[in-house]
Ligand binder design. Structure first.
Ligand code: UDP
Ligand code: MG
Length: 332
C-alpha cells in the first residue's frame, strides 16, 4: 500500500517564489501518485511563519483551488525551526511520513523518490545531503562548512551539508513530539534520536525568486544556538582554560620572585599591562559563554509554547469543504 506523504514547506515572506513552488510540487505529486508511490490522501502543507507579505493570501488561494494544498498559519514569526516543527507535528495526525523542504526549491524535489524508496525499505529517517556548495557565495559556503566542522568538534552529531530537507516516519515524529525544548535545533536533535536512517544526495540549485531569509546575524545566532543546545564542551573548555591560566600564573609568580631577588623589579610594566588585558578578556569571554547557557536555562524553565497556530486549512480530497479552522487552539 502506498504511503500518505505530507510535504511540509515553511514559508517566510515567500510570495515571489510560492506560485512556482506550488506548481512544481503539484506536478511532482501527480507523478508520484500515478506511479503509485504515494497515496491520494497525501498533501502539501505550507506553513506561514508570520510573513508580512502576501504569502498567507497565496496559500489560502491554493487551498481553495486544490485540496492537495493545505495551510498552517502561525500567529507570528517563530523562525525556520519552529515553523518546520509546527508543520511536522500537525501533519503527523494524518501522515505516514513527512518530508520537510524549503519554499525556494533550492533542494532538488526529485530526491523525494529516493527518500520514499528508503522509507519503504524500512528507514525511519532519510537525510537529504547536498552534493556541492557551488551555488553559495564564498562567505556562505565557508561559514557553513566551518559551522559543520565546529559542531562536530563540539560533539554534536550533525551531518555535514544536511539542512532541513529530510523524511521522518510517523513513529519518529511521535517521539519528536516528546521533546519540549524551546531552543530547537532539529539538525542536531534528530540524529541523537536513533532509529534506522540513511542519506540521499542531491544537487542544490539557485534560489528561484526572492532572497535568502538567513542573514549573517541569523546564521550566527543559529550556530551559537546549535552548539549551546547540544554541547557543554564550551563550559568544559573554560575549566581547561582556567587550569592552563593557573599554570601560566604560577610561572609568572616564579619569575616575579626571581626578578625581585635579582633586583630587577622596575621593569615588567609591559608584562603586567599585557596580562591584565589578557586575563580580563579571558574572564569576560568565559562569563559570556556561561551567560549563554544560563540564558538557555532561563528560556527553558519558562516552558512557553514554541508557537501558536492561528488557523489550519485542510479539507477532504472529495471536493467537500471540510475546513478545519482552529483559532489559536493549538500550542506546543
Ligand atoms: N524561513 C522561515 N522562517 C524564518 C526564516 C526562514 O520559515 O524566520 C523559511 C524560508 O521561507 C525558507 C526556509 O526557511 O523556506 C529556508 O530559508 P532560506 O531559503 O531563506 O535560507 P537559505 O537557503 O538562504 O539558507
Ligand atoms: Mg534557500
Amino acid at each position: 500500500m502506498s504511503c500518505i506523504l505530507y510535504l511540509v514547506v515553511p514559508c517566510y515572506n515567500e510570495e515571489a517564489v510560492l506560485p512556482d513552488t506550488a506548481a512544481a510540487l503539484e506536478r511532482k505529486y501527480q507523478t508520484l501518485t500515478k506511479q503509485g508511490k504515494i497515496s491520494r490522501e497525501s498533501r502539501i502543507l505550507f506553513v506561514n511563519d508570520g510573513s508580512r507579505d502576501g504569502t498567507w493570501r497565496i496559500i489560502t488561494e491554493l487551498f481553495h483551488k486544490n485540496a492537495l494544498f493545505c495551510g498552517l498559519n502561525l500567529s507570528r514569526n517563530r523562525g525556520h525551526q519552529n515553523a518546520v516543527l509546527a508543520g511536522v507535528l500537525t501533519a503527523q495526525e494524518k501522515a505516514d511520513a513527512v518530508i520537510s523542504i524549503d519554499a525556494d526549491l533550492q533542494q532538488d524535489i526529485d530526491a523525494i523518490d529516493q527518500m520514499l524508496e528508503k522509507y519503504e525499505n524500512g528507514c525511519d529517517v532519510v537525510y537529504g545531503v547536498r552534493n556541492t556548495r557551488d551555488t553559495d557565495g564564498f562567505v556562505k559556503k565557508n561559514t557553513a562548512l566551518g559551522f559543520y566542522k565546529l559542531m562536530q568538534m563540539m560533539g554534536c552529531e550533525v551531518i555535514t551539508n544536511h539542512a532541513d530537507y529530510r523524511l521522518l516516519s510517523k513513529r519518529v515524529i511521535a517521539c519528536l513530539a516528546q521533546y519540549g525544548e524551546v531552543n530547537l535545533f532539529l539538525r542536531g536533535l534528530i540524529p541523537t534520536m536513533g532509529f534506522s536512517s540513511d542519506v540521499v544526495c542531491f544537487d542544490v540549485r539557485e534560489r528561484q525568486a526572492g532572497e535568502s531569509k538567513y542573514t549573517m546575524k541569523k546564521m550566527l545566532a543559529f550556530a551559537i544556538d546549535g552548539i549551546t543546545s547540544f554541547s557543554i564542551r564550551p563550559l568544559q573548555m573554560i575549566s581547561v582554560l582556567g587550569f592552563l591560566m593557573l599554570i601560566v600564573s604560577i610561572v609568572m609568580i616564579g619569575t616575579t620572585i626571581f626578578d625581585y631577588y635579582s633586583g630587577r623589579t622596575v621593569p615588567g610594566w609591559s608584562s603586567s599591562y599585557c596580562s591584565t588585558w589578557f586575563i580580563g578578556s579571558v574572564q569576560l569571554l568565559s562569563l559570556g559563554v556561561i551567560g549563554e547557557y544560563i540564558g538557555k536555562i532561563y528560556m527553558e524553565t519558562k516552558h512557553r509554547p514554541r508557537y501558536h497556530i492561528e488557523s489550519y486549512l485542510w479539507k477532504e480530497n472529495t471536493g467537500s469543504d471540510g475546513t478545519e479552522d482552529k483559532k489559536e487552539t493549538d500550542e506546543r
